[in-house]
Design a protein around this ligand. Sequence first.
Ligand SMILES: [Zn+2]
Length: 401
Amino acid sequence: MKIKQGKNARATRPNIIVYIILGGIVSLYAKVFKKQQLHRSYTSIKPPFILIGNHSSFFDFIYAIRAFYPRRINFVVARKYFHLCGLRQIMKISHSIPKSLFQNDLSAIRAMFDILKQEGIVGIYPEGQIAAHGISIQNSEAIAKFVKKAGVPLVSILTGGGYFCNPPWTKLQRRGAVKSSISIALTAAQVENLGVNEISSVIKQNIFMNNFQWQRANNEKYSGKNLAQGLENLLYICPCCKNEFTISTKGDYVFCENCSASARFCEDGHLLWQNKNYFNHIGQWYLWQIEIENNNIMQSENFSVSEPVILAMLKLSGCGIEPVGQGVFTADKKNYTYKGTLHGENVTLTFSSALRAMPYDTGSNFQIYDKNLLYEFRPANPKFCVKIANICECLFNIAST
Ligand SMILES: [Zn+2]
């Protein structure tokens, strides 16, 4: 295939020699250090095909590379990572496809078709972001439309245990089993015969993962230090006294600073409460917080929450994201608004509240992609990141019903 240059340059597959070497190292890491177990329900499948997976940890990419090694995968990755020092080079070498999250990104779609035309594998995590609470989140129908249009087989990788080894809310790793099941979700003939809605259902079924149910079925344990550390940024409403932002952690314990509620995060990934049992696991706790936010929004005619933030954007030259202003971020039923400074000027930035999801890094920042620009908001209270992401989910669901 003739490769076009410049603006019309086509996305290409990773270099075969580079992939054999680096993919080999990554695969060895997954096998030896992560002890990943593979369960394959088919004997062989040849590219081109689309690979989908559940997204429970940053290591999901590594688990997929090992599962298909030495076949080369072009992963679709959040555009943000193409601008971060260090990661930028990895994205380039791996020929990953940049995507503006939760936006209609035509350049990403074009690149995905390019790879399939070159008989490659396009790897997608349809949830768009890691499910921080351990239970798969809703995904957009856009992936189903892409699968239908591409007309190639759909293969799935469902990984359990990765969430407990590398929870997205902490940098501390744990030791334990990781198991990946790989199967053909749809053949090309089935894609041809099914409608977009049916394909969408198949995608949801094939990559749905409730890590807590998975743990109960597999009875795996995950050992490490300070098992609860980081949960204070994910769990922000106390189930006992209902206070906000009073949850703290110490060692293996998560507790409320305002009342006596306290639970131990055990090696089986579940919670053991000291007195009254509120939730079996943090997934239940997290979903309950969304319910609370939803009720607050529904019951308040003039719903509005605000938080002081630092606004950061991609550097105009070089890599990285730098602060460009500070102000106040507000969410109401119609819009998200940033009022403050931007490169020394006073501005008001308005984003529709019909946003499907607000990606966030627990305890650090939340992001909005708009017209291929990335706005990263760093709240004064780092616990606000999860709260605003939950509010965003509620507002989207309310607007969709
Ligand atoms: Zn409390």
